[in-house]
Design a protein around this ligand. Structure first.
Ligand SMILES: [Zn+2]
Ligand SMILES: [Zn+2]
Length: 846
């Protein structure tokens, strides 16, 4: 027979506990009547800067090159472009780096965590022009570069301050700037070595060109945008030798060099091989047939220009067509366009269409959505221009890039495909020369007579061929002594794509180089896989034969407060400084950690950061209570007299260590921070603290008190360490107040906790959960009756399944005293499930 109620068990009236010492309303003072010095509330605005300064003074984050006892862990962080801005998306990047850096330090690694600055480049030139109200060529080169340097230094100072205020544990002794002459030397050296091994070459190939920035740009710097455009139907030629074709770029008529049709298009078979006159400009062009013509576009006949798009480049080479340079470097038509010379492209298109209409050559115009390649810096449509440029041969490296990409460790794994797709999509080699000023000079001179390239010796670097005389006095080819220096400079990715080797001390390939290179971790955003990660990989494979990193941790993009991409004009843009001012670094870092799994896009939500701030308050109050209860160190070993609830919290603490370590090893920050917050908030504060308060009273049994103190201390030390990578400031504040056990100054120099196997006990967990559930039900019942937890109850009834009853009886003192029940009745609950199982019930009888 089921459901036979066992006889009620009673305990007598119990001692009244003192008023609650925990929770957010607690006053200062000790549960044990002793004083302690943790301030009542946690103030990030005073605590955070204090620890930041202290860490710097104590060199807590320093990489120790002479220490060979610990394994190294090197992080190749992306050197940001010094724009002076640091929004919450950047805060997420840096927080991710820092979670790992701090975790690895505590795991016993000698962590190499530098911060660099990718200084050179166009945006700074544009800002210098604006700031000084000049054009770059209005002042001497050296003066202009100096203006750019000064601006860059100012921006670096601002960003560095934010990075420090965010609590990032960079080792500032390892700081580097790509605009330093010492760095120019390294970029130039890497180029010379790759030039000697045939990876770098100069050629006149068409490249992507931004007419507004007036420079070549790489494939990776071209963005695709959908734009509304027009297709114009134009008639070429006369009579039987005429053809109608559709073009989106009539302004390039002057550069038309052929008409292409598909070989199997019956409409045009008779025309192939004939010469047809181009309207307005009158050049005669040949009709060619090519399998790549899309017969379904327009009329099936297309005009080939040099160069309207990448297909034109292919056709020009394949059919050996002439090149007509109709567009100037700054986006105007050249003399090749005759009467239209000097017009900007937009204007030229309008005028040419008008003229075609006037001459009866335009039959119709349709609007269409066009996929336009634009410059990533200024969004001007990109042109394709041919002029001599320096290239790195990367297309022949694609098989190697793919092989290595597959072997490397990617987090999340799906990011790997982006690299492979990118490498395989490349039609052209990487153009590494730029027609700009504020950048690393290309270390070559040319013989004026025969064009031979002269390079300096490695010892002579850095050089600036824009002002330095040629280091080679006599041309080895023709004997001429007349040289001209290269005026072009390097793409900034040429600087930053050797970062991991530079950190490791290259070109000095000492033992430290071998320890630090390849970097253990390459952390960056999804958006720069095709640039930074790709360029690093090809440069490293070419220079060293191995990849520059072992693990890539790719973070998703941060969206604005409304879920759209964050943009200043959308009003959803949040500066890191604003969040730091309002909520502090540890709250913001929790948002970064908790937002989503690594690699996922996440929005910035104020509520999430505010929740982080609330957690800090909770943790602080828990710590204050515990420190008041445990004013002196407790024994390392578990004391005798552990009750079930003690064994439960010890086991839960071990479980937490396991969970958080595993999550951090897998770079899953959201899993780790949620586990820590849940444990602290619920297991420790709501359940354990409440259940042991009565045992901390002076009149309580000594052994029982010591057991509770031991568990509380163990829990707070553990939480303090586990939360340290995420909330480094509050962790330090609490750690500094603990009666210390480890001979190190900072929590960040302590060893990461290891779970104690003897305390990872499943039956402790299972049984403890039953006890905790009973207390939680009682608390809920009291709250439903409008009673606080500390309000006394005369009589409490708990009905539980038979299997739990014995256990609850053994722990009835804990239940009764925690719930402040003067009388507790335990009985077996009747079965109510389909299989005869029963639930636990708690009732306040009176
Ligand atoms: Zn541009
Ligand atoms: Zn020569």
């Amino acid at each position: 027979m089921l459901g036979l109620a066992s006889p009620p068990s009673r305990i007598g009236p119990i001692l009244k506990p003192r008023p609650s010492e925990t929770g957010q309303n607690s006053e200062g003072g000790s549960a044990l009547g002793q004083s302690y010095s943790l301030p009542k509330s946690y103030e990030p605005s005073t605590e955070e800067p204090k620890w930041q300064q202290w860490w710097q003074d104590k060199k807590v984050h320093r990489f120790d090159p002479s220490d060979t006892s610990r394994p190294t862990y090197s992080i190749d962080t992306p050197p940001p472009y010094p724009s002076g801005e640091f929004h919450v998306g950047n805060a997420l990047n840096w927080s991710y780096f820092d979670f790992i850096a701090r975790y690895k330090r505590m795991k016993g690694y000698n962590v190499h965590f530098p911060q660099g600055w990718d200084c050179n480049g166009l945006p700074t030139e544009v800002r210098a022009e604006k700031t000084h109200k000049i054009r770059k060529n209005d002042v001497p080169l050296a003066q202009f570069v100096e203006m750019c340097r000064k601006l860059t230094e100012e921006y670096i100072a601002q960003m560095k301050e934010t990075i420090i205020r965010l609590g990032i544990s960079s080792d500032w002794e390892l700081e580097y700037k790509t605009m330093d002459h010492s760095y120019y030397r390294l970029t130039q050296l890497s180029f010379l070595r790759l030039y000697k091994t045939g990876h770098m070459y100069r050629g006149e190939h068409p490249v992507n060109w931004c007419p507004r920035c007036e420079t070549a740009i790489a494939e990776a710097e071209v963005e695709r945008e959908e734009r509304q455009g027009s297709i114009h139907y134009l008639r070429f030629g006369e009579g039987v030798d005429s053809v109608e074709l559709a073009s989106t770029r009539p302004e390039l008529l002057a550069a038309c060099v052929a008409i292409a049709v598909h070989p199997e298009d019956p409409r045009y078979t008779k025309l192939v091989g004939k010469q047809i006159t181009v309207p307005l400009f009158q050049q005669r062009v040949k009709v060619i047939s090519d399998n790549d013509v899309d017969s379904s576009f327009g009329t099936g006949a297309v005009m080939v220009c040099t160069f309207g798009d990448k297909m034109d480049v292919t056709w020009q080479k394949r059919h050996n067509l002439p090149v007509i340079r109709a567009i100037s470097d700054n986006g105007h038509l050249t003399e090749a366009a005759g009467q239209f010379k000097g017009l900007r492209l937009e204007e030229a298109r309008k005028q040419i269409v008008e003229r075609l209409k006037h001459e009866g050559r335009l039959s119709k115009t349709e609007t269409s959505q066009q996929n336009v390649g634009t410059c990533w810096r200024c969004h001007t449509p990109v042109e394709i221009l041919a002029r001599p440029q320096w290239f790195m041969g990367v297309r022949n490296m694609t098989p190697a890039v793919k092989d290595w990409t597959e072997k490397l460790h990617w987090i999340p794994p799906f990011a790997r495909q982006r690299m492979i797709d990118w490498a395989q999509s490349l039609d052209w080699d990487w153009v590494v020369s730029r027609q700009r000023l504020f950048a690393t000079p290309i270390p070559v001179w040319y013989c004026k007579k025969c064009g031979e390239t002269a390079t300096p010796s490695e010892d002579a670097l850095p050089v600036d061929p824009r002002k330095d005389p040629s280091p080679v006095k006599k041309c080895p080819k023709c004997g001429s002594e007349d040289f001209v220096g290269e005026a072009d400079v390097f793409d900034t990715w040429m600087d930053s794509s050797i970062s991991s080797a530079v950190h490791a001390g290259w070109p000095n390939e000492s033992s430290n180089f071998k320890r630090l290179f390849p970097a253990d971790l390459q952390p960056n955003g999804f958006d720069i896989i095709r640039t930074w990660d790709y360029y690093l990989l090809v440069r490293s494979l070419a220079l060293f034969g191995i990849p520059p990193y072992k693990t890539l941790m790719i973070n998703g993009m941060v969206r604005g407060t409304d879920g759209r991409m964050m943009h200043k004009s959308y009003g959803n843009y949040v500066e890191t400084e604003e969040v730091l001012r309002k909520l502090g670094a540890d709250a913001l870092r929790q948002w970064a950690a908790a937002g989503g799994s690594t690699g996922q896009d996440i929005p910035f939500r104020w509520a999430d950061a505010e929740h982080g701030r609330k957690f800090l308050t909770k943790l602080w109050n828990v710590a204050r209570f515990i420190l008041a209860s445990v004013p002196s160190p407790v024994s390392e070993t578990s004391p005798a007299g552990l009750s079930l609830v003690d064994r439960w919290i010890l086991s839960s603490t071990q479980k937490l260590i396991e969970e958080v370590s595993e999550a951090l090893d897998g770079f899953q920050f959201n899993v780790a921070i949620e586990a820590i917050r849940n444990f602290t908030w619920h297991s420790l504060a709501d359940n354990y603290l409440e259940a042991v308060k009565y045992r901390l009273q002076p009149e309580a049994d000594l052994a029982s008190r010591e057991a509770a103190r031991h568990c509380l201390y163990h829990a707070i030390v553990t939480v303090c360490k586990l939360v340290a990578p995420f909330c480094p400031h509050i962790a330090e504040s609490i750690y500094q107040m603990l009666p210390k056990k480890e001979p190190v100054e900072s929590v960040h120099l302590t060893m990461w906790p290891k779970p104690e196997p003897s305390m990872l006990n499943d039956s402790w967990m299972r049984e403890g959960n039953i006890l905790v559930e009973a207390i939680a039900l009682g608390r809920r019942r009291k709250s439903e009756n409008g009673m606080s937890l500390s309000a006394p109850v005369k009589k409490l009834l708990i009905a539980a399944p038979e299997a739990s009853l014995r256990l609850l009886k053994e722990n009835q003192e804990t239940i009764a005293r925690t719930l402040r029940a003067e009388q507790l009745t335990l009985e077996q609950s009747p079965p109510n499930g389909p299989g005869g199982e029963s639930d636990m019930h708690v009732e306040i009888v009176s």
